[in-house]
Design a protein around this ligand. Structure first.
Ligand code: GTP
Ligand code: MG
Length: 250
């Protein structure tokens, strides 16, 4: 961290206990729902960092209106073009740390990561540095509507990544996480390189390498009901290829 950011940390005008970082690309229908659900959970010191990549559907304007309505910290980062999920998270995490957040939560806008799980994940941070929302820990599940094939691809893809990266967590590709502030700093957001969903595994790998205490919280992953998935073959291929390079230390 720069000394400048440390100064911001000491700014007591913005007590931010929990910053929820949400990257958005065309999530106009979903963003207000996820924000409203989180606000209804009574989480103390809750704030938001939304990172929008110039969504053509106007998600960025919706985020600005939410920020205008909301009394606490609600920061919107607008970027001109689509730069991928990983780079959006890096920008959002950096902003959350600058704002002095004690704990940082990352989750998708599409409600696949149920807001209702967040208080329990935050509670687990009492005894852990990072909590990973896990589809594959006992009690976790994927959407009951997933086909047999999709389940197999997701499960075995995760097993492959765990083997390649030597990861202990059972859900190696989860993008639903809560971090203590110091843990996120130790992960080292400046050295994260992946832009697609391999980013999630990269973060978990860095956390494990840094010797952080990682807990898993089982949850049921639900398919989005609004908006479109941004997952592509290219993003999956990048994940596998680049993760292997990272493991090899290149
Ligand atoms: N800012 C930004 N957000 C993105 C980008 N790509 C995806 N997102 C957001 O990242 C989150 C996850 O994207 P999804 O399209 O749901 O991808 P996924 O969850 O891996 O795939 P599905 O299982 O098909 O939903 C959502 O909140 C998206 O809006 C991007 O390039 N920029
Ligand atoms: Mg999704």
């Amino acid at each position: 961290m720069t000394s400048n950011s440390e100064n911001v940390d000491q700014d007591e005008t913005m007590p931010l206990k929990v910053a929820v970082v949400i990257p958005t690309y065309n999530e106009a229908e979903n963003l207000p729902v996820v924000v409203t659900e989180l606000m209804g959970l009574g989480i103390e010191g809750l704030g938001f960092v939304i990172v929008d990549d110039g969504s053509p559907d106007g998600t960025g304007d919706i985020a600005d209106s939410l920020a205008a309505e909301y009394e606490g910290v609600f920061d919107v980062i607008h970027r001109e073009r689509k730069q991928g999920l990983g780079k959006s998270y890096v920008a959002g995490f950096a902003r959350a740390l600058e704002l002095g957040a004690e704990n940082i939560v990352q989750m998708d806008a599409d409600l696949s990561h149920p807001p209702v799980e967040v208080p329990q994940m935050l509670a687990l941070l009492e005894d852990a540095d990072i909590v990973v929302g896990s589809r594959y820990a006992p009690g976790g599940a994927v959407d009951p509507n997933w086909s047999f094939l999709r389940r197999q691809i997701s499960y075995w893809g995760g097993v492959g990544i765990r083997l390649v990266m030597g990861l202990k967590v059972r859900d190696a590709t989860s993008g639903f996480k809560a971090f203590r502030r110091d843990a996120l700093k130790k992960v080292g957001i400046d050295r994260l390189t992946l832009s697609g969903y391999g980013f999630q595994s990269e973060v978990t790998y860095r956390a494990q390498k840094a010797g952080l205490r990682i807990a898993e919280h089982p949850f049921t992953f639900l398919d989005r009901t609004a908006g479109k998935s941004k997952m592509t073959f290219g993003i999956a291929a990048e994940a596998i290829y680049r993760l292997i390079l990272i493991r090899l230390g290149r």
